[in-house]
Ligand binder design. Sequence first.
Ligand code: PLP
Length: 450
Amino acid sequence: MTNLRDLPSVEQLLQTQTSAELIARFGRPLALTAIRSILDEARARFKLNPVPALPSIDLILAQTDSLLSAWTKPTLIPVINATGVILHTNLGRAPLSAATIHAMDMVARGYSNLEYDLEKGTRGSRLIHAESILQKLTGAESALVVNNNAAAVLLVLSALANRKRVIISRSQLVEIGGGFRVPDVMKQSGAKLVEVGTTNRVHLRDYENALQEPTALVMSVHPSNFKIIGFTEEPDLKDIVEVSHHAAAFVVDDLGSGALLDTAKYGLAHEPTVQESLAAGSDVVCFSGDKLLGGPQAGIIVGRKVLIDKIKKHPLARAVRADKVCLAGISATLLHYLKNDAEREIPIWKMMSLTLKQVRGRAEAWKKEVGQGNVVEGESTVGGGSLPGESFKTYLLSLEVKSPDKFLKKLRDQDPPIIARTENDKILLDPRTILPEQDGALLAGLKNAL
Ligand SMILES: *Cc1c(COP(=O)(O)O)cnc(C)c1O
């Protein structure tokens, strides 16, 4: 008659070579927790169903090994983006340039002069690191880098418009995604929201009328992820600035993506640039670090010194400040623009500037390597809340498989996972968003899944 007492004890298990190895790999406390958890499970199973055979020492240790591997497997891992969406928010937005990764790595490894003035040997400020590059690049008087652009908007409004009127067009009361709604953020900052115009049409006189009462700010929010078409009207930023300044109100422009280069060069619509917004007279401009800038997650605020100084001093500035690794990365990414090598060095601009011939060549090479599929014309998009509805021509490897959804799952099960899309029951893989060094891993994964 089998008895639960015949189950190996923790002590017995610990005397084995295998458990010594598990302890070496995973540490004693975690290994012990796992062993106990497997033993508890075996006991519970036995009580439900008292079969004659209890698990052996080897089986228990093998199960412990699996459990420990599952517990310690990282959940955040690299994937291959075969979707053709360059700034895929779910896939971590912008891949970084080699110089950016190097700068972040250097600062992460050891100590740095984050808040230390090397000249004087005294306490310094973390705010200076990206500021001078941003001044040179945009011509802005002052700049500040924070955790992300949502934080930038919240901070700017809290510092400049708490309990004061902020005018915004109804066409711009948008939801950016992930629950970030412009009106909610504005309320959170304590600003008094004054909506003007209608969803599709806003006139300059709507702003002028609202500006008759004392107003702190006029806010402009770039419609990053949608387009209003048809019977529409929106005054030029330059004119909004003029009537706002006339009424002693400042203008804050949330550009969202904040391109520093002209996207029209790649056959896409023109995304307003930071330089243009400042030239139109915006007093404060904010934008993301990891959208069309192509850097790490950050929110960048540039503009007039008096206002940026006030923003820097607000208590929230500390709560949303950028860390040293981000500051090193943003500075390195910005340097590419300053040195005019952004298109050569920043992955997202490299992807946009790939010629059709290059994209086609890679798709053809994959086809040859996997021995099936067709190379077809298709479209890549920028994504990430930039240039809605805009796409550019690409070539795709199109694969015919029995069950497309099952095959997509199979691709996701590869190491690294491959994220692809389907259209008309075909699996589509876009070379544009696959980094050149990932070609080998992609082909290995594809062959495995096929
Ligand atoms: C994307 C976006 C934001 C939010 O930026 P994050 O960097 O993602 O926090 C805010 N405003 C606009 C207009 C955007 O497009």
